[in-house]
Design a protein around this ligand. Structure first.
Ligand SMILES: O=C(O)c1cc2cc(O)c(O)cc2[nH]1
Length: 513
């Protein structure tokens, strides 16, 4: 959300958030060293789709203009809220050294690498975010009851990751006593699903690199497309086994049994018009494959589902929503069948993996509280990156307007700061964002039409071969019959001609006599 130094009453009233990387007054955005300058925020004003009919009622519209209208614009390879750091994929004092971190399959990490990753997550759950604070009220209440008690809170690195997801999916408050509007989602059910979650992960990865002072730290992924009803990463050396005492709890041998969730009280937020804060409440709930009421979500996606969705050519299709058909985005998100056809009863791929977890990880306002979320989304992002590699789409493949609110190509993603648009994440990760995936992708199985075509071709070839062989055999037989008869005929002919010659010679002799 916002840098701590910007959320003072004066800062918010001025609408300007241009801190200095050196802390020197007058050096906003590191202007003195040529790093950047303070400029007006650009916020997309193209029309959004018809799903959201409450324009003007939500702080997240035309993000982040309700809070700030001036921000740092960084030069060249510099980046960050004060231009004090490098763009993703670059490092060094001048941000001119290329860096590439490799995200790997969590199951293929060594025991020591697994331990270090779990330990790093736990440290992120306990370490205050060094720069950012979160808002705990709507803008109209943000100056507090006395007009100067700012309604922002410190939050830990991991809880910020959870909070930002909650803030992007929360309902629109329409007033006390009125039901909040739930048909709004700034990070799901639209083309921004893949770009939003990509940036969400990048931010966590960067925060953890800083926390660990290890620029090579990379988030691993969970290949959830393994079919069956076993959560293979739910073991105590990874994300926590099932408790022996409670089907929906995590084993006490796992550090995650001690984690407590944030953003649980959505009914309170939605009726009081407040916003989730940094308060932790209940333990994580998880019961993989245990949703007896929905047998369809008791099994993980199949490898073939990934192969099928990677074949889809269109990034997204009208209405750019959870009802889109033949859309790669709606298919990887999991509202369409893996082959791309939209079916309201289907849950596949990413959605299916969430629902399979059957607990904290299956509810949008809470799901990142279960750290499986991180690994589930790195895998989803790996599929997105593989799709970009295979299809090499033009930026214009990402819809410019009429997508659900928040999802237009140039819309700043909510609630990130400094402003970052969807299209900035619609790029190849190894080429532009400084990370890559070590992954193997399942081969495409043949479609029914392809199988029928191949069977017909095979049958035609077989007929042709049979015909050729038969013809050859018949000819060979005929030839060998001919060969067999010819010496007889020849002999006969020879004998006949010799006899005939002999007779003729005798005739001649007799007539001479
Ligand atoms: O019901 C769904 O399809 C569903 C649940 C769920 C939870 C979550 O955190 C998501 O990010 C997506 C999602 N979809």
């Amino acid at each position: 959300q916002f840098p701590r130094e910007c959320v003072t009453p004066e800062g918010l009233r001025s609408g300007e958030c241009c801190p200095s990387p050196s802390g020197t007054p007058g050096d906003g955005c590191g202007a003195a060293t040529g790093r950047g300058q303070c400029v007006a925020v650009t916020a997309d004003s193209r029309p959004h789709g018809p799903q959201y009919p409450h324009d003007g009622r939500d702080d997240r519209e035309r993000w982040p203009l309700r809070f700030f209208n001036r921000t740092c614009q960084c030069n060249g390879n510099f980046s960050g809220y004060n231009c004090g750091r490098c763009r993703h994929g670059l490092a060094g004092p001048n941000c001119d050294q290329l860096v590439l971190v490799v995200r790997r399959n969590v199951m293929q990490l060594s025991a020591e690498e697994k331990r270090a990753f779990i330990q790093a997550l736990d440290q992120a759950k306990r370490t205050a975010h060094p720069d950012l604070v979160v808002v705990t009220r709507r803008y109209e209440d943000v100056f507090g009851p006395d007009g100067s008690t700012m309604q922002f809170e410190n939050i830990t690195i991991y809880n910020y990751f959870v909070w930002s997801h909650y803030y992007s999916v929360k309902k629109t408050f329409l007033g006390a006593g009125q039901p909040s509007f739930g048909g709004v989602d700034f990070s799901h059910e639209g083309p921004g699903f893949v770009t939003w979650h990509r940036y969400h992960l990048l931010q966590l990865e960067r925060d953890m690199q800083d926390m660990l002072r290890d620029p090579t730290f990379a988030l691993p992924y969970w290949n959830f497309a393994i079919g069956g009803s076993t959560c293979d990463i739910c073991s105590d050396d990874l994300l926590g086994a099932r408790s022996s005492f409670d089907m929906s709890s995590i084993s006490s041998n796992s550090i995650f049994s001690q984690w407590r969730v944030v953003c649980e009280s959505i009914d309170d937020y939605d009726t009081l018009g407040t916003v989730c804060n940094s308060t932790e409440s209940s333990p994580i709930r998880r019961n993989p494959a245990g949703n007896v009421a929905r047998p369809m979500v008791q099994k993980l996606p199949e490898p073939q589902d990934v192969a099928n969705c990677l074949e889809l050519n269109a990034f997204d299709t009208p209405p750019f929503y959870s009802t889109s058909s033949e859309s790669f985005r709606n298919t990887i998100e999991g509202y369409s069948a893996p082959q791309g056809n939209y079916d309201p009863v289907i849950r596949s791929l990413h959605n299916l993996a969430h629902l399979f977890l059957n607990g904290t990880g299956g509810q949008t306002h809470l799901s990142p509280n279960d750290p499986i979320f991180v690994l589930l989304h790195t895998f989803t992002d790996a599929i997105f990156d593989e799709w970009l590699r295979r299809h090499r789409p033009d930026l214009s493949s990402y819809p410019l307007e009429n997508t659900p609110i928040g999802h237009n190509r140039q819309f700043n993603m909510v609630p990130f700061w400094p402003p970052v648009t969807n299209v900035e994440m619609f790029v190849s990760a190894p080429e532009s964002l400084g990370y890559s995936y070590e992954a193997e992708w399942p081969a495409q199985a043949f479609t029914t039409t392809e199988i029928i075509t191949m069977a017909v071709v095979a049958a035609l070839v077989a007929v042709a071969v049979l015909f050729t062989v038969t013809t050859c055999v018949v000819r060979a037989r005929a030839y060998s019959n001919q060969e067999a008869r010819q010496p007889l005929l020849g002999e006969q002919y020879q004998r006949y001609s010799q006899e005939h010659e002999h007779e003729q010679r005798q005739d001649k002799t007799q007539s001479a006599v």
